[in-house]
Write a protein of this length. Sequence first.
Length: 358
Amino acid sequence: MIDLDSVAPFLEPHHTAVAEAAQAFAKQVLAPMGHPKDDHDARHQARSIVHALGEAGLVKHAHPLDLRACCLVREALAFQSPLADDIYALQCLGSTPIASAGNQKQKDEYVAGAVSGQLMAGFAMTEPDAGSDVASLGTRAKKTRSGWKLHGHKTLISNAGIADFYSVFASTDPEAGHRGISCFVVPKDAPGLLFEKAQILSNPHPLGELFFDDVEVPEDAMVGERGGGFKLGMATLDSLRTTVAAAAAGMATRALEEATAWSLSRKQFGAPIADLQLIQAKLARMVTELSASRLLIYRAAHEKDTQGGRVSLPCAMAKLHATESAQRIIDDAVQIFGGRGVLAESVVDQLYRAIRPL
């Protein structure tokens, strides 16, 4: 469960209702779904999750951005279902460039569709030879009489093959480096857009490669200004970075709760293992690291919501600490469970695999 009291100084009164709604959604909608068994199951669940998120009104907190609300939502979703958290993040990520710089027609169709759950969003930036070095994108967008023609290859794309639209980043002026990158919204049925290969993660997640074989899009498919894609993409990632930390905190909270309950019920040497100082020390370290993470998360989100502009440093600090500490917390939970901690059906094992991509 989300502990609001410990971060109350960073929240507004309406955030209590947001947290309660997100937790109710996780318990009533996500818990019955269970953990996806494989990639096929994850893709099937993803569509159901998108519709359910729209009906619950949880994506609306991204447009306009209420970062603290988005963090509360991701923390609650990740606690119950890392897949649902991923899908929520993609709904926000794929629609944010359009919400920030798109024309009214794009906003009315794609942003509204993502918020309502009628459309599944995708964010296509990463390439085989361009990961962190976004300025070296190889996907090209050439001007035509009627619009643009995109050609290239994207990899490690979440919702690949199932998204209804993608925010795609391509170079319109290769000689200009990062200043030559532009953003386009590309619908799933655009001729030449191909999904040929699913990429399988250790934790079920709809990931794959996209190929743009001279995909033609109209002039008004460009999102924002020509050459403004790099700035738009970085601003999008920057604005939502703190929510990644919140997702990590949600997973860590679940691991802590599972480990605590197990240590109280599991008996060895005639007593609960919670009586052992080694276990007590692990639990103490886990709760301390989690508390520190949540303070960093909601302080950063508060600064973004109240001061506006870029708050890259506190957001990056929150993400660094929360994701690294979540891995340690979850690893400790696995250790507390002993052999049962690495069984595939174990919650802590599922969390162990889910936290790594963050």
